[in-house]
Design a protein around this ligand. Structure first.
Ligand code: ZN
Length: 169
C-alpha cells in the first residue's frame, strides 16, 4: 500500500517530471533548431560564401550541420542541403532520412529539393522563401510524406543573404 508520504512524494515527483517534460518540448521548437541553421549561415558569410546554412535533426538531436561551400570547394553542387543529406545518411548508416527534419535558412533550390525528395525526409523547415530559385514556385513537391513548414526566422534568414549581396556590389 502506498503511504500518505509516498503518495505526496509521487505527486510532487509527477509534477516535477511533467514540468521537466514540458520544458523539454518547449525548448526543442522549430526556432531553436533554425537558430543553429542560422549559425551555419553566419559561418558561410565569414568564409565569403552565400550565407545559407542547415541542420538535420533526428529525435531532437542534431545529426548533421552544413553551410554553403560552393566557392571553397569550387563545386556548384556544394549547397548546404546536399552536404547535410550526405552527412546525415552517413551518420544514420542508411540512405533514407526517415524521422528526420531539415532546418534550412533559405528555401531549397530545384537540385536540393530533388535530393530531399530522394531522401524521403520527414519534414523540411524553411527560413526565408526564395521566390526565384526556390522549388515551391516551380510547382515542385518533395516526397509525398514530407511535411513542409515555411517562415521560421524568416526576417533574419532573408536579411543575411541581402546583406551578403549588398557587400558584393
Ligand atoms: Zn540547393
Amino acid at each position: 500500500m502506498v503511504s500518505d508520504i509516498d503518495s505526496k512524494f509521487l505527486k510532487i515527483f509527477n509534477e516535477k517530471l511533467s514540468f521537466a517534460l514540458s520544458f523539454y518540448f518547449f525548448m526543442f521548437t522549430d526556432e531553436y533548431f533554425m537558430k543553429m541553421a542560422f549559425q551555419e549561415a553566419e559561418i558561410a558569410f565569414e568564409k565569403d560564401e552565400v550565407p545559407i546554412g542547415c541542420v538535420v535533426v533526428s529525435n531532437n538531436r542534431v545529426i548533421a550541420r552544413a553551410h554553403n561551400l560552393t566557392e571553397t570547394l569550387n563545386d556548384v553542387t556544394a549547397h548546404a542541403e546536399m552536404q547535410a543529406i550526405t552527412s546525415a545518411a552517413n551518420f544514420l548508416g542508411g540512405k533514407y532520412l526517415i524521422n528526420c527534419t531539415l532546418y534550412v535558412t533559405l528555401e531549397p533550390c530545384v537540385m536540393c529539393s530533388g535530393a530531399l525528395s530522394w531522401s524521403q525526409i520527414s519534414k523540411v523547415v524553411i527560413g526565408a522563401r526564395d521566390e526565384q530559385r526556390g522549388f515551391i514556385n516551380k510547382s515542385l513537391t518533395l516526397h509525398p510524406k514530407t511535411e513542409i513548414v515555411t517562415g521560421i526566422m524568416e526576417n533574419e534568414c532573408s536579411a543575411i543573404v541581402k546583406e551578403f549581396f549588398k557587400s558584393k556590389r
